[in-house]
Design a protein around this ligand. Structure first.
Ligand SMILES: [Fe+2]
Length: 298
């Protein structure tokens, strides 16, 4: 019996982000890694070195695509050209799902290159879910949306962030990339209990989890991905795994990147929790929902 709609992927284990400083080590040593996460935008090109590297990786490893510029919460129409290029890459990598952020970041064709929080309103639920469905329908693979870390809130918000996430994924019928470090960072910046967040997400929709380190300043925390994971984030991760069961897990390390072995060793600490994870019981009706959905047959 499936644990969730992404049940086929619960054996994915622990991955790390594919980063340029590690290329040489990976090609020379061929380390055993469960999977690599790539940033889609780095490989949406017509040819050249990026695609040569990607093809070499694909020869030996499983790859999952993660995007940084879909801006599901932006109001402007989706870029057809961007989606076309993304679909070409999806076919090349055979990614089992595609993740991007639950955020906005573009207005009238201008891009901020930031992952900005969305006002948690019913109107935004509608707009965001519609865009996710459009992308999901076009790419013909499951879309999973990631919660971002945030440093600002809106007076207009009509619900908590985790309620907004729940409403969006329900309306879009998509998956979740639960970033427990982002939850921790935002909980410190906005004074909420991070466990309430983790306990509130629909566990059967969580396809992937992100863990990462961050930087702490006197009055706020910045999501810098340049440190090992701290214990309170591991505790949130443990609770998420307890609720979601075995879930594909990815360590993000994007700045001051240490050696491949150091990053991989930090990521593999997740196995402490994954190895003892059990398949959770589903809430009544959850499986029917999964079976009704056409994605299940793909
Ligand atoms: Fe993340």
């Amino acid at each position: 019996m499936p644990a969730n709609r992404f049940n086929g992927f619960t054996e994915y284990g622990v991955g790390i982000g594919l980063r340029i400083p590690h290329y040489q080590h990976i090609f020379e040593k061929k380390p055993v890694v469960d999977w690599f996460e790539i940033i889609s935008e780095n490989y949406m090109v017509d040819g050249g070195r990026p695609l040569q590297v990607l093809d070499q990786i694909l020869d030996q490893y499983r790859v999952v695509q993660h995007g940084v510029s879909m801006y599901f919460g932006s109001a402007q129409p989706l870029s057809r050209e961007h989606l076309k290029r993304l679909k070409t890459l999806v076919r090349r990598t055979n990614t089992p799902w595609l993740s991007d952020h639950l955020c906005w970041g573009s207005v009238d064709g201008r891009y901020t290159h930031d992952l900005l929080p969305i006002p948690y309103t019913w109107e935004a639920v509608k707009v965001t879910a519609k865009r996710i469905r459009q992308v999901q329908d076009y790419l013909e693979i499951p879309i999973v949306v990631e919660n971002v870390s945030s440093y600002a809130e809106y007076h207009e918000s009509e619900m908590a962030e985790w309620e907004f996430l729940n409403e969006v994924v329900e309306a879009a019928d998509c998956g979740i990339l639960l970033d427990v470090n982002n939850i921790y960072v935002s909980s410190q910046n906005h004074s909420f209990d991070p466990l309430t967040y983790v306990n509130s997400v629909p566990s059967w929709r969580v396809a992937q989890i992100h863990i990462a380190g961050h930087s702490k300043y006197r009055k706020y925390i910045l999501d810098t991905h340049d440190h090992p994971v701290i214990d309170p984030v591991w505790s949130l991760y443990a609770r998420a795994i307890e609720r979601c069961g075995p879930t594909a897990t990815l360590l993000e390390w994007d700045d001051n990147i240490p050696s491949f072995d150091e990053v991989h060793a930090e990521a593999l600490k997740a196995n402490r929790y994954l190895k003892r994870a059990t398949v959770p019981n589903l809430p009544p009706g959850a499986l029917n929902k999964v079976r009704e959905h056409p994605l299940e047959t793909r």
